[in-house]
Every structure is written in structure tokens, then in C-alpha cells.
Design a protein around this ligand. Structure first.
Ligand SMILES: *Cc1c(COP(=O)(O)O)cnc(C)c1O
Length: 361
């Protein structure tokens, strides 16, 4: 059986380092925040070319805290894509805000040319998602945001290390959100996330908001949440971080090999814009009989996954927004036709060749 991602295989390659890292936290008996978290925050911030990294409990919380820091509240509109993981829009709704969905382009990211039409007097922010590991077209998005006085929050949960015109994912908006969920390109052994920003004021707000708005201790001028990064997770992430760049390179070469074999078939391979360095958190193809291929792969012991089977504009909880399938046709089409194939650094050539042969058959 070939899994979609093989965390056990990865663990085997770094077992000793991970065990030492976790052991040192056990010995310290300091589990919440502390040195390891601070070291990770500065390493990731430096890697992503931003001034601040703020460790939080998950990628979902990174989005929520970012929206809290810019003051999103009841009735505020936030423009985003419906073709993403639920957390992107869920964070907006948790604050009483209203997600406004804009369709995607051929890269599966938000279509920047369709954003401006959706801006109203209540619009406060845009959340582009760097889906599957490729950045959205940030220059156009930032230009629109600037012209209308909107914040930009990058959902970079799937894109740590990705570049857009040389700039790092998470460094181009006012705030960037990372997730360290185990299957992300840099994953911890539980939940974890980080907010990235160059804005000193927003960074300070988020540092306070993640500890219940406490500043100084037991003094609350604002209401925050409990969203801290654990020292054990930070230790695991520090051990894994040194491999991130090479792991991303391997993901990219696996994707290029898939492309070479599929390009002349009826399979629609992922489109990478020339100015993007894609880090392939997922390798996603599209084809007419997606479900048929998925069944055949399963019969042959190959895992695949549908990201995402129901676009957010058609989720039951958003019925009240009144969207129909045809309102966002590209997102709806993608949900019906895309399939993610195994892509992870430990995937061997023998395994990949078997996947390719099975797909082609
Ligand atoms: C994983 C993910 C998140 C949420 O991250 P968690 O750490 O699981 O909370 C948000 N947005 C996108 C696009 C994701 O893929």
C-alpha cells in the first residue's frame, strides 16, 4: 500500500534527532512556550524574511489571531477563495465576519482579476490561500488591497518555503499564517502554527492575544484566546527545519517527473506560473473520470485524496450566503475533477513508477 504521505518513513530517517529533541524538553519540564519556541520563531521568521514569527497552537488559530489583530468583527467582509481548507473561511465566521468568495484561476488559487468586483464598503481584508504549495498572484492582490485600504492575510499553511517572484510565502501580505499540522511540508507531532509579520504593532497585538490578552500577566485590556505553541512541538520542528529546503526540492522533482509522464495524456497536470517556486504540499491532477481513477488506484494499493470535495460556497453552514454551484464554476469544477497523488520526500522511484504506470493504465 502506498500512502498519500508516509510520516513513518520520514520518522525513520530522523528518529535519533527527534528523540533527543523531545527528551531535552522532557528533562526541562517546561512545556509551554520558552526557549525552544523563541528559537523556532526567530529561525522561521528569518527563513521567511519577516521581522516577527509568533508561535501559536495551530494554523487555524494563526488565521483567527491575525483576523483578531486587525479588528475583524460582526458584519465585516473578508474576500477569500472557496477552494481551500475550511479553516480559511471558518476563522472569518468565528468573529462574526462574512466570507465573500471569489472564484479560482488555472492555478487553483484565487483569481486576482475577479477580486475588485466583490469589494464593498464593508470589506476589510483579503485572504489569498497559497494552495497546494504555490503562491497566489500577490502583486495584483496587494495592489488592489492598497488602493482600497484593505489588509492582506496570506494563508500559507501549505506553502512554507514557496516563493513568488523571489519573495517567500507569508512575507508579502500584512500577515502570513503557517500551519505545522503533521502533513504540511514542515509538520510537528500534533498541532502547531505561526503568524508571520513585518508589522511591529500587529506582532505585539498577536503576542498578547495568544495569551488571553494578558499584558502584563493578569492584566487584561483586551480579550484574547489561549493559543500557544508547545515546547515539544517546537523542539520537533527545530529538528526537522534543517531538512525543509531539501525536502521541498525533492517534492518538486517528484512533481516534475509526474508532469513528464502525464503531460501528453488526458490528465490535466498542475500549472505552475513561471514566477512561482511551487513546493508541492500536494500534487493535484484533474481529469474527467476522477472517481474512476481513484477507485482503480485504490484497488491497486495506491492512496489518493480529493482536496476539496465540497467548495466552501456550497457547504451547508454557508447556505445562508445563498451561493449556487454556477456562481463559482471553476471552484465547483475543481472539486468534482481533481485528485491528489502521493508526493512526499521519502517516496521512492520504484513506488512513483508504480503509481505512474497504474495511472497510465
Ligand atoms: C492546514 C490548513 C489550515 C489549518 O491549519 P491547522 O494547523 O490544521 O489548523 C488552514 N488553511 C489551509 C489552506 C490549510 O491547508
Amino acid at each position: 500500500m502506498i500512502p498519500l504521505v508516509d510520516l513513518k518513513a520520514q520518522y525513520e530517517t530522523i528518529k535519533i534527532e527527534i528523540q533527543e529533541a523531545v527528551y531535552s524538553v522532557l528533562e526541562s519540564q517546561r512545556f509551554i512556550m520558552g526557549d525552544k519556541v523563541e528559537e523556532l520563531e526567530s529561525k522561521i521568521a528569518q527563513f521567511c524574511n519577516v521581522r516577527h514569527g509568533i508561535g501559536v497552537a495551530s494554523g487555524s488559530d494563526a488565521l483567527l489571531l491575525s483576523l483578531m489583530s486587525i479588528g475583524i468583527s460582526a458584519g465585516d467582509e473578508v474576500i477569500t477563495t472557496p477552494y481551500t481548507f475550511f479553516a480559511t473561511a471558518g476563522a472569518v465566521s468565528r468573529l462574526g465576519g462574512v466570507p465573500v468568495f471569489v472564484d479560482i484561476d488555472r492555478t487553483y488559487n484565487i483569481d486576482p482579476y475577479m477580486i475588485e468586483d466583490k469589494i464593498t464598503s464593508r470589506t476589510k481584508a483579503i485572504i489569498p490561500v497559497h494552495l497546494f504549495g504555490q503562491c497566489a498572484d500577490m502583486d495584483i492582490i496587494n495592489e488592489i488591497a492598497q488602493r482600497h485600504g484593505l489588509y492582506v492575510i496570506e494563508d500559507a499553511a501549505q506553502a512554507i518555503g514557496a516563493r513568488y517572484k523571489g519573495r517567500k510565502a507569508g512575507s508579502m501580505g500584512d500577515l502570513g499564517c503557517l500551519s505545522f499540522f503533521p502533513t504540511k511540508n514542515l509538520g510537528c507531532y500534533g498541532d502547531g502554527g505561526m503568524v508571520l509579520t513585518d508589522n511591529d504593532e500587529l506582532a505585539e497585538k498577536i503576542r498578547v492575544l495568544r495569551v488571553h490578552g494578558s499584558n502584563p500577566k493578569y492584566h487584561h485590556s483586551v480579550i484574547g484566546i489561549n493559543s500557544r505553541l508547545d515546547a515539544i512541538q517546537a523542539a520537533v520542528l527545530l529538528a526537522k527545519f534543517k531538512y525543509l529546503v531539501s525536502w521541498n526540492m525533492i517534492r518538486r522533482s517528484i512533481a516534475m517527473i509526474y508532469n513528464n509522464y502525464f503531460i501528453k495524456t488526458a490528465i490535466k497536470t498542475p500549472i505552475t506560473e513561471p514566477f512561482n517556486d511551487h513546493v508541492f504540499n500536494q500534487y493535484v491532477i484533474a481529469l474527467e473520470d476522477r472517481d474512476g481513477l481513484r477507485d482503480r488506484l485504490k484497488e491497486n494499493g495506491i492512496s489518493s485524496e480529493v482536496y476539496y470535495p465540497i467548495p466552501l460556497h456550497l457547504q451547508e453552514c454557508y447556505n445562508w450566503l445563498g451561493y449556487k454551484r454556477e456562481d463559482l464554476p471553476e471552484s465547483s469544477w475543481a472539486s468534482e475533477h481533481t485528485l491528489a497523488l502521493p508526493v512526499y520526500p521519502e517516496l521512492t522511484w520504484t513506488q512513483q513508477k508504480y503509481i505512474i504506470d497504474t495511472v497510465l493504465k
